[in-house]
Design a protein around this ligand. Sequence first.
Ligand code: ATP
Ligand code: MG
Length: 285
Amino acid sequence: MSILKIAVQKSGRLSEKSLELLKECGIKLSNGDRKLKTAAANFPIEVLFLRDDDIPQYVEQGVAHIGILGENEVWEKDKNVAVIENLGFAGCKMSLAIPKDEVYTDITYFNKKKIATSYPKILQQFFDEQQIEVEIEAIGGSVEIAPGIGLADGIFDIVSTGSTLLMNGLKEVAVVKNSSAVLIANKNLPEVQQQILDKLLFRIKSVNAANTNKYILLNAPNTAIKAISDMLPGMKSPTILPLAETGWSSIHSVVKEDEFWTVIDQLKALGAQGILVIPIEKMIA
Ligand code: ATP
Ligand code: MG
């Protein structure tokens, strides 16, 4: 059948953002209350709602053609799937933590220690690379209570703000990996599904480019145009329009969100005035 099946998390930290991304790609899902699956009204796609742990396996088997999940689960499940795009949301660290009163030296602190985690594979690989011998206690959840109840000396878990660690008397001592949401795909997609995926990917890239860039307009004396244009490359080069006032021009371009504040300071120093910064809805390269 010519439909692309995408697996997303049924409920949890990824679900809302995953559906929002599809929406920003112009895909209208006919049904908001999450059943097992739902089809889009205007794009050949069907959404399957699953636990994130199961997504790598379903995509490997081709039950779902593609899926959205945290890269941490992709690493841990280690299935034969392709990571095809970074989606940039649900960012988190995967860190080692120990009781807060312990004195931490360096990673060799963990030699012969017992560590509780829901990510035994990632952790084992890390300590193998470090050539440090540890005992890994694999548990399903509530990892942060393990040291307090005497199950382990430390933990390896997902950390975003660190407040859960704090509440459990732990401190973060080393970041092992950084993870965020990715799009994965089955490695042997049929031709039709591959074509639908290419269309979807094109939209996702446009949405992500728009989200990480801003449209910028400013007025500048003509003498500063060269310096400003060099700073603001835009998609090809900036648009420059003469103002009614002689000797002045309006310059339009695109800046990266994370370079934005530095750029603004430099523009002001070059004599730019009336700077407007506007969100971009979609950005097609
Ligand atoms: P499921 O029922 O689908 O198995 P879950 O309990 O495994 O859900 P969530 O807690 O919803 O999963 O987290 C999903 C993903 O969100 C994580 O695998 C991780 O990639 C990401 N994430 C981002 N920040 C955090 C955080 N602070 N804690 C946990 N996960 C986070
Ligand atoms: Mg899970």
